[in-house]
Design a protein around this ligand. Structure first.
Ligand SMILES: [Zn+2]
Length: 124
């Protein structure tokens, strides 16, 4: 597995957070298989779809990617998000996506973990 990002993916973007999102999503699309059924590819939803970032054509699982820059592979205890409440509602809803959490530095993946969707549902 190639852990390095394709920096050209971010060409045309000027905002640092947009560049990071585009580059990390591109890496996941090119390198990640479906952790639920083992299908070899995940597919990206059209931009700004509110349900999730990626889906599997075989098992129809949805996935969200949250990434952050970190010099170490240590897992961050908090993940900030600009639209926190929207994201929280999405990942805790009944049809919530699985969550990929990626840390990266120097155009390379440091750590990637999957939080299964059933760990993220809101208890009411
Ligand atoms: Zn699948």
């Amino acid at each position: 597995m190639n852990l390095f990002f394709d920096g050209k993916t971010g060409d045309g973007y000027t905002n640092a957070s947009q560049i990071a999102r585009v580059i990390t999503e591109n890496w996941l699309e090119r390198n990640m298989f479906c952790p639920v059924c083992g299908a070899s590819l995940l597919y990206r939803y059209v931009a700004n779809k509110s349900v999730a970032d990626f889906y599997c054509k075989s098992c129809t699982s949805d996935f969200e990617l949250k990434s952050y820059e970190s010099k170490t592979a240590n897992v961050k205890r908090k993940i900030t998000d600009g639209a926190f409440h929207t994201k929280l509602e999405r990942i805790t809803s009944l049809n919530n996506p699985h969550l990929f959490v990626m840390s990266y530095a120097c155009m390379k993946v440091n750590n990637l973990m999957l939080i299964p969707k059933f760990f993220l549902r809101q208890i009411s």
